[in-house]
Design a protein around this ligand. Structure first.
Ligand SMILES: C[S@@+](CC[C@H](N)C(=O)[O-])C[C@H]1O[C@@H](n2cnc3c(N)ncnc32)[C@H](O)[C@@H]1O
Length: 312
């Protein structure tokens, strides 16, 4: 059952973990920053962002101006108040605009973020290019999203079809039939059919690699969360079945991607190129270490799985 206050707590945790990550990377976030939230939904993160930053722009394909009979702002204010949140509403603006063709001018934002939306955007490559376009040189981009399509609950409808990785094993129609049997609404079916881009881990990684190679962005931080939503999913026969149809062990277990990019300054002079290359080198080392740690995690999980073979 939906619980509004837990939903707020969840979003607050996500915003705090983003602040903590910037802090641990030594990047300071100043209150004067103008912030863009791409795929912002119904302003749950905006409540917390507006307490810290002077201007928060929420961008989404949602038709904000007609939503709730044009009463979105009033209803949001009530919702924030109900949850004892003191939110300076004048700092938040809502824009109906597609992430792949953002309404905003070049070099406008100090910080562009997107939380839990990249896997829903049909062309994440173009969305990232757009986020870079509207971010000021020297500004930052923060992305975090899960579950990736290839994760155990990557269908986003695990509550209706609770067999892990089932969406990778069935075709679209078969999966929808299962959803409908469990009471899916027409909106659920539409969301499953059209609202997830079905990108695989390597596709996301290629997008980032290409941005770095072409010097469109500098990678400040990247991590991946490895795991399943239920510990015993690794013993489920669907795990091996998915591997047998060519999904990688690693991609089936990576649930979340998180990264911070910065936009290079206009004058990409020799000194900047030197810094860019030393960044790339440092990132490569980080990537190798991260890969070793992820593989160690997977090996550990596999070992536990083999020790505790279970029948389903
Ligand atoms: C799972 S919701 C996340 C909302 C919000 N970030 C949160 O965590 O509460 C994904 C959001 O992405 C938005 N979205 C999907 N495709 C989009 C696009 N092409 N451009 C902008 N937003 C998009 C959806 O409308 C939806 O609000």
């Amino acid at each position: 059952m939906y619980n509004e206050s837990s939903d707020f707590l969840y979003h607050e945790k996500e915003v705090n973990s983003f602040y903590d990550l910037f802090n641990s990377c030594g990047i300071s976030l100043s209150p004067q920053m103008i912030v863009l939230d791409v795929g912002a939904g119904l302003g749950m993160h905006a409540a917390y962002l507006a307490q810290k930053f002077s201007e928060v722009y929420c961008a989404d394909i949602i038709n904000y101006s007609t939503l709730y009979d044009r009463a979105l702002i009033k209803l949001l204010e009530e919702k924030y108040r109900r949850n004892n949140l003191s939110v300076p509403m004048e700092r938040i603006r809502f824009f109906e605009t597609d992430a792949t063709n953002l309404f905003f001018e070049n070099d406008f934002f100090d910080l562009s973020i997107s939380i839990n939306s990249l896997e829903h955007i049909s062309d994440p490559h173009q969305a990232l290019a757009e986020m870079l376009r509207v971010t000021k040189p020297g500004g930052y981009i923060y992305i975090s999203f899960d579950p990736i399509w290839t994760a155990d609950s990557g269908s986003h409808f695990f509550h209706l079809v609770p067999q892990p990785w089932e969406h990778l094993l069935l075709n679209k129609e078969q999966f929808i039939a299962k959803m409908v049997c469990s009471g899916a609404s027409n909106d659920d079916v539409k969301d499953f059919s059209e609202g997830i881009n079905r990108f695989r881990l390597s596709q996301y990684e290629n997008i980032i690699e290409e941005l770095l190679r072409n010097r469109k962005a500098i990678l400040e931080y990247k991590d991946r969360y490895v795991g399943t939503i239920e510990p015993d999913h690794m013993y489920h026969p669907n795990y091996e079945r998915a591997i047998s149809i060519d999904f990688g062990r690693l991609e089936l277990l990576v649930r979340r991607l998180r990264f911070i990019l910065s936009k290079p300054s206009h004058s990409f002079n020799r000194k900047a190129i030197f810094w860019h290359h030393s960044h790339l080198f440092r990132n490569k080392i980080h990537q190798i270490i991260a890969e070793i740690l992820v593989r160690r995690d997977i090996a550990r999980l596999e070992l536990i799985r083999l020790r505790n073979r279970k029948q389903f």
